[in-house]
Write a new protein. Sequence first.
Length: 523
Amino acid sequence: MSTMNTVGRPTTPNAVESKPATLTGGRGLLQNEHLIFESDGWGKTGVDLPEPKTDGSDLGDLVRRDPIGLPGLSEPETMRHYVRLSQKNHAIDLAIYPLGSCTMKHNPRLNEKMARLPGFSDIHPLQPVSTVQGALELMDTLAHWLTTLTGMPAVALSPKAGAHGELCGLMAIRAAHEASGEHEKRRKVLVPTSAHGTNPATAAFVGYTVVEVAQTEDGRVDVADLASKLGPDVAAIMVTNPNTCGLFERDILEISRLTHEAGAYFYCDGANFNAIVGRVRPGDLGVDAMHINLHKTFSTPHGGGGPGAGPVVLSEALAPFAPAPWVVSGDDGFRLVEFAEDEAEQAFGRLCAFQGQMGMYVRALSYMMSHGSDGLRQVAEDAVLNANYIKARLSDLMSAAFPEGPCMHEALFDDQWLKGTDITTLDFAKAMIDEGFHPMTMYFPLVVHGAMLIEPTETESKQELDRFIHAMRALAEAAKAGDVDRFKGAPFHAPLRRLDETRAARSPVLRWTAPEGSNIAAE
């Protein structure tokens, strides 16, 4: 099956196979790039350093005896290496990033400018409090707006990610039960089948037994099953709302009532807060603790192994057990409560060495203040609108997992529509790479067979959504027309062809070693 490219010429999936191989391995402006360890120039460096004045004898056994084994590159070679790598990867700055449940939204450049301001970018956590009053005021302001948006009285800023926030919330819950003398008997945490995988993992890590709660046919918590499992041995429930099926838990008030009647606490996974920010306050729903992924809802950088932030808002019942440190203001300005005494007497401890990720706080507050209350409300409205637009435009070709009614922030499809084609969800996703799109989230949530979870976020224009939808429809039609080779062989146009992902996951090569007989590493 042929398609039309942007200049009107017919293209085929195998077009790249019929072209002669290049001598360099590059393709036009896309350069072939080896591992940095394989690059020439081991005797070079982009920096001249003075000879050390000491011999390092004071380090004892810590003195290095072997070559460090790092490549020596000039500055141009280093820059080219990373620029070339960036051209082999997808990015939100390149095109829509439709990963469901991840909220891969645009990071405004204004945020980056603010985070680089002197006084935010160059301070140290051990500076005297009197010298960082502006930074503490910013943290206090961020805390104010997080509690205002969620309708919760307290927030712990220090958790560094969503899972870290879950840990914070459950440790506060455990501390509350310990204070009431009920911890020993309340050893269970109830988690729905559609929860994020970190939920049961975190509960088990804290020492609880995880009990699964069933899901109804329409993709929501089975309230009857929840009620049957609540009892004096339950410490908490963990519910994601909107959930990982892209649906709002319409029985959320009943879930909260039943949980509190049983003497348990309600932990809400706030990873999907982007869908309801400015529209719904979790505190009004009876939530006791909820983490907020600043990288999802408030546009701070997402992933890459860098700094994250997952503040946790807490109800009045859990606020006394919040971890140190937190910011308070008084006649003498702002100060940090850092020790388990006085107002922090019941704090369960600390989650990290210092105060959290300052750069993320600046970016998140910049996003809030530039949007305002009406803008944040529109964030949620546009995110939901975009997801429903995708669902409506694709549902005639692809099978929606829960076709009845609208979705929230993400459109979820199953693989029923691929039945009889010999094409899998993975095959379809690989073909998306050839069209220049990062695949949607695959096979998650686990409760949907062959799941394809698409979250466009609010930052995509109708033009970009239509471009994505056009490609999805063309691929769906090709799959139904029996063009199996197009999918089984994909991707054809990526720097590397399809890999053995199972083998890569089970037997990863994490360390580069020089070829046998090579003396490069020693030079």
